[in-house]
Design a protein around this ligand. Structure first.
Ligand code: PLP
Length: 458
């Protein structure tokens, strides 16, 4: 019964990324079931999940073939590690599959249990690479403000979220941040193309400030997700690649969100004009059915690590977990069988772009854009012809959170990052379901506007 679960929950469960006071005053909504793009709560209310859980349930809920694959693997071999010269069949088969679907420079995989651990692995791996190359000073990693790269100490340090850095004395030394390529916030007076070059230039400026001989790597998501679905201008990533090449700096693409079809390719790097040395993956690799993450290791690093390295003193109990790898193999089979990557690239992605863009005529929407199956819109107090002239709400009003509340109470999950409302729906979403979702969003935007007007805020 809902009330009993809520009482146990607030008595004992410390939720991640949750305002405890807020949660305890309302009680958590208890999610009990999922099917396709929908969830149901313990009161029987149906919710359209515009966020694929946490950007991960790419093949949708209720896939019995994944639960069967998991069951079979649990019956055969629920666990064995791959430390000290052993392996298991699903981990090895999955590594080969990941290599097959990834860009050609990738021939090796390192497994973790999550995306955060994947980024911790990156930090250790790039430093190990430069040590082995004889450049022991080359340890600094450059990331971007407002990036999310995980919640472990290294992951949160690589991330650029002030709220996370403020708790626990982060970032750790050797990690610095530059601005994010956010055209809406920072591109005033420039075309998108000009702004892309300008924003990439912040990397070169930082490299020169630090001294190129100190810089190990640059890390970024092809399209920044939790930072607000920041879709960079087309000029941005090719320029970043040029700068990394110029100074010999390693490039890490964090594709924890962008991988496995989310942008309309197996990996977003393929679409944005970059050739990374490392790719972090998690989430969509198993559609979240069982936790799994890791790093695709490019030949430049693998050749040195394997060729000269000896031990790489790093790994997790659950690296290459056979059950998680079995789930991922079945998940990837579904994505291939149902041609979900092509579908997002050629059919439903372009349809979502058109439909989502139609929200631009709403009085609250100052800017709206999408890429594949991620999309975002900015809530503004007053619209303007030139997006940079829109009048914004003051941050203290937390209008994004008000809007998120109206969505949630009306059967729609959309996330708020400041006043930017974002979605990342399951890749199985059909055109009819996209229509339904966009209609729901419009309805909830109307509710938000009415609410703000009633409070005298809009
Ligand atoms: N990197 C990115 C881009 C993410 O979005 C996330 C999670 O949202 C992570 C890393 C961390 O992954 P995990 O939560 O599996 O540790």
């Amino acid at each position: 019964d809902t009330r009993a679960i809520q009482q146990l929950d607030s008595a004992h469960y410390l939720h991640p990324f949750t305002d405890f006071k807020d949660l305890n005053s309302k009680g958590a909504r208890v999610i009990v079931r999922g099917q396709g793009i929908y969830l149901w709560d313990s009161e029987g209310e149906k919710i359209l999940d515009g966020m694929s859980g946490l950007w991960c349930v790419n093949v949708g809920y209720g896939r019995t073939s994944i639960s069967e694959a998991v069951y079979r693997q649990m019956e055969t071999l629920p666990f064995y590690n791959s430390f000290f010269n052993t392996t298991n069949v699903p981990a090895t088969r999955l590594a080969a599959k990941l290599v097959e679907i990834s860009p050609p420079q990738f021939n090796h995989v390192f497994y973790t249990g999550s995306g955060s651990e994947g980024n911790d692995t990156n930090l250790r791996m790039v430093r190990r690479y430069w040590d082995l190359m004889g450049f022991k000073e080359r340890h600094t990693i450059i990331s971007r403000h407002n990036a999310y790269h995980g919640s472990t100490v290294a992951g949160a340090s690589l991330g650029g979220m002030d709220g996370m850095h403020a708790q626990g004395g982060l970032p750790i030394p050797g990690i610095v941040h530059i601005g994010q390529p956010n055209y809406f916030e920072s591109g005033r007076g420039m075309t998108e193309a000009e702004f892309g070059i300008e924003a990439a230039g912040w990397l070169e400026a930082k490299i020169l400030e630090l001294g190129p001989e100190k810089v190990a790597a640059f890390i970024g998501e092809p399209v920044q997700g939790a930072g607000g679905v920041i879709i960079p201008p087309a000029t941005y990533w090719p320029e970043i690649q040029r700068i990394c090449d110029k100074y010999g700096i390693l490039l890490i693409a964090d594709e924890v969100i962008c991988g496995f079809g989310r942008l309309g390719a197996w990996f977003g790097s393929e679409l944005l004009g970059i050739k990374p040395d490392l790719i972090t993956f998690a989430k969509g690799v198993s559609s979240g059915y069982i936790p799994l993450g890791g790093v695709l290791v490019g030949d430049r690093i693998a050749d040195v690590l394997i060729g000269q390295g000896g031990d790489f003193n790093h790994g997790f109990t659950y690296s290459g977990h056979p059950v998680a790898c079995a789930a991922a193999l079945e998940n990837i089979r579904i994505i291939e069988d149902e041609q979900l990557v092509k579908q997002v690239a050629n059919v439903t992605g372009p349809y979502l772009r058109r439909k989502f863009a139609s929200l631009r005529d709403h009085p609250l929407v100052g800017y709206a854009d999408s890429y594949g199956f991620v999309a975002g819109l900015n809530l503004v107090r007053k619209k303007a012809e030139v997006v940079h002239d829109c009048e914004l709400f003051t941050p203290e009003l937390a209008v994004g959170m008000i809007c998120r509340g109206h969505m949630f109470n009306n059967g729609m999950i959309m996330r708020a990052v400041g006043d930017r409302m974002i979605i990342a729906p399951p890749l199985v979403m059909t055109k009819a379901e996209i229509d339904e979702m966009v209609n729901k969003i419009r309805y909830c935007l109307d509710k938000t506007l009415a609410d703000l007007q009633e409070r005298g805020l809009a």
